[in-house]
Every structure is written in C-alpha cells, then in structure tokens.
Design a protein around this ligand. Structure first.
Ligand SMILES: [Zn+2]
Length: 295
C-alpha cells in the first residue's frame, strides 16, 4: 500500500471511529499514523491534517496529546524538505509552519563573522525542558543554553543536555539559590559566552571537558582549556576534510543541524582520546556543511 492509500484508509477509519466515539480505536489509528513519513503533497492530497488537527482539542487527553504529537512530527517532516517550500494549503490548522531561516541570510552579511550565527536560545531553537519546579533554576538553564550555544552549530538536544547538567551541578554544589549560586552562574555564563573562548564552549558541548570539571575551574584553568581546545580543533579540521572527501557515509536523521535546522547529516566515530574513553562522534550537515562533535 502506498503512503497515500495508507493515509486515506486511516483517515476514513478515524472518522468512523470518532463517530462511534471509539477512543481506543482512534488511539490505535494514531499510533499507526505516527510511523508514516509525510510530505506537503501527501498532506494536501489526503487532507488528513484537518482531521488530526481537530483532534488536538479532543476532550480525551490521551487522544489530544497524540494528535498534537503527530501534527508536530508531520510539520517537522514537511520542514525537513528544505529544498521545497511547504505548500500553503496544508490544512493543519495553526498556519505557522516553521520556516528555516537559511544560513545565507546571515552569511551574506559582511558584518557577521562566518562562525557566528544568530544567538541561540531555548526560544529560537524551540526546545523545551522539564521544569525544575523553581523559576530561578529554570532561568539558569536558559542562560546556560544561550551560553554554550553561542556561535555553536550543535544539535539543540546536546546543548540542552549540557545546560541542564551545568545548572544541576551548581545547584548541588551550593544546595540552594543563594548568593554563591548566583555568583557562580554569572561567572560561568560570562566566561562561556566570552568571544575569545570559543574552544571552551566547544569542549563543554562536545563533552571533552566534563561539566563537573568546568564548574570547578578557575578563570586561569578556563584559559588553558581554551588553548588546548584550539590545538585540537586544528587537527580535527584536517580530519573532517580528509573524511569528507573520502568514503561515502550513510545519511541519518538522528541529528538536527543547529545552523540550518536540517536533519540530513552524516557522521563517523573515532577514538580521539585515550582508549578507555568513549569514542568521539563527528557529525556533518549535508545541507550546510556545518559540523560538530560530541563524546
Ligand atoms: Zn545544516
């Protein structure tokens, strides 16, 4: 069965199940739908987005949550086809299909250094995290996200993981939102965001510098980490180039490029540090050539 047939069949089944108020069947159908990869054309042809879109406000929580998940996934599917603009007639109600701002709009501006894109925040990257239940702590996570994400092309999930981990480490060190906590947050944010510390940020994002270590570092130690990171980077640029020219690597949608938002990446793994440490994964975006690494 083609995807179009599958979608049409599911749509009819869903409408029947809804008429009969058979929530269980609806849930089953939604489960099967989430596995189907869609594109703008398919959505337009089948008009299934309208049915699913309505379900997002269904009184059954399970149903509405699942419908929301599907709408979100389909939007991502559509957005991922970055070469084609999404047709405007997709009937998923909220009209804001996220448009990816092409890197070129930034890169073409002569004032913008090549390495720095627009500032990245939890808002611009549309990431969400589980609240700590404490507003200042949540604010710290957002602040740290912007700090480690400054000029970074890494996957948003990776940045978020580091930001949460940094906050947690500081919080457990001081045990409370006291003056020491605030001072530490301020000093870390300043040093991480410092224009002359790109290597420090990268080391934290990649995991080469552990968050525990970072949180204990003096400003001098940070400067020395910066120098080491710069040396590593030189060696790695050569590595990326050599790899890129050589073997064909399989594409994956596991990662989301932090620069163009695309999900077409290739990756390879390599042992760059001592043998007892985990491998480093090098990811390259097929669309915009941005690359990052993590371990
Ligand atoms: Zn990219």
């Amino acid at each position: 069965m083609s995807a179009e047939e599958q979608l049409n069949k599911a749509k009819n089944a869903l409408q029947n199940a809804l008429k009969q108020e058979n929530t269980k069947t609806c849930l089953d159908i939604l489960d099967s739908l989430i596995k189907i990869k869609v594109n703008g054309e398919l959505l337009k042809k089948t008009d299934i987005g309208k049915t699913i879109g309505k379900l997002r406000t269904h009184q059954d929580m399970k149903l509405s949550i699942k419908a929301k998940t599907i709408v979100k996934k389909w939007k991502d599917d559509v957005v991922r086809q970055t070469d084609k603009p999404a047709p405007t007639s997709i009937r998923i109600e909220s009209p804001t299909i996220k448009k990816i701002s092409p890197v070129s709009s930034q890169a073409s501006s002569p004032k913008t250094p090549v390495m720095e894109g627009p500032p990245r925040t939890v808002k611009t990257d549309e990431v969400s995290f589980k609240s700590t239940g404490n507003v200042p702590r949540n604010k710290t996570i957002e602040l740290m996200y912007a700090a480690v994400g400054f000029g970074s092309g890494a996957d948003a999930d990776l940045l978020l993981k580091r930001a949460i981990s940094i906050e947690k480490t500081i919080y457990f060190e001081f045990g409370d939102i006291n003056q020491d906590y605030k001072n530490k947050v301020r000093s870390l944010a300043l040093n991480l965001k410092n224009k002359s510390n790109p290597g420090l940020r990268e080391s934290v994002v990649s995991g080469e510098l552990s968050v525990e270590k970072l949180c204990k570092m003096s400003v001098d130690a940070m400067a020395s980490e910066e120098a080491q990171a710069r040396d590593r980077k030189l060696a790695e640029e050569a590595l990326f180039k050599a790899r890129g020219a050589g073997s064909a690597q399989a594409e994956t949608d596991m990662f989301k490029c932090g620069k163009c938002g695309g999900r077409k990446c290739t990756y390879f793994q390599m042992q760059t540090r001592s043998a007892d440490e985990p491998m480093t994964t090098f990811v390259t975006c097929v669309i915009c050539s941005n690359h990052w690494k993590f371990c």
